[in-house]
Design a protein. Sequence first.
Length: 78
Amino acid sequence: MDRRDYPRFASHFVPRTTTGRRGLLLFLIFFALAEPPVLLLANRIEPFVLGMPFLYTYLLAVYIALIAVLLWIHHRDV
């Protein structure tokens, strides 16, 4: 069998729809907010928000945003 006889498949790592591209971009942006060096800028103890140090509140908000993007992508069947 020749290589040309095999079907060509698209990569599953590349989003095929506009919604998939938006979801991937949002996920990567929110994920970057939870990693250094951005996280080091949010590493503050003194201002308390809802009784928690700012860093914990910041990370909670970022992780909730990450989960929300994943749920949105799942809901859209991307």
